[in-house]
Design a protein around this ligand. Structure first.
Ligand SMILES: [Zn+2]
Length: 79
């Protein structure tokens, strides 16, 4: 990837990067179904989204959002 997103090493870095670009409300390329570590399953509708149950923040860059492996937890209510 040429945008530098691949250098982001954890979920917090992804949140900070995406927010710095003002893209936190963008839809991902694929609406992945995520299973949170709390056991809740939900659909990722924006590139930064909190689990509806435990409010763990999940984040992915728009350009990496076609792959579920790129979605990273950033911490409870990080976003
Ligand atoms: Zn959860």
């Amino acid at each position: 990837m040429g945008c530098g997103c691949s250098k982001l090493k954890d979920g917090k870095a992804v949140v900070d990067h995406v927010k710095s670009k003002g893209k936190e409300n963008f839809p991902p390329k694929v609406a992945h179904n995520l299973t949170c570590e709390c056991g809740e399953t939900f659909t990722l509708e924006t590139v930064i989204m909190n689990c509806p149950k435990c409010e763990m923040t999940y984040a992915v860059t728009p350009c990496g959002s076609d792959s579920i492996e790129n979605i990273k937890p950033a911490g409870i209510k990080y976003a």
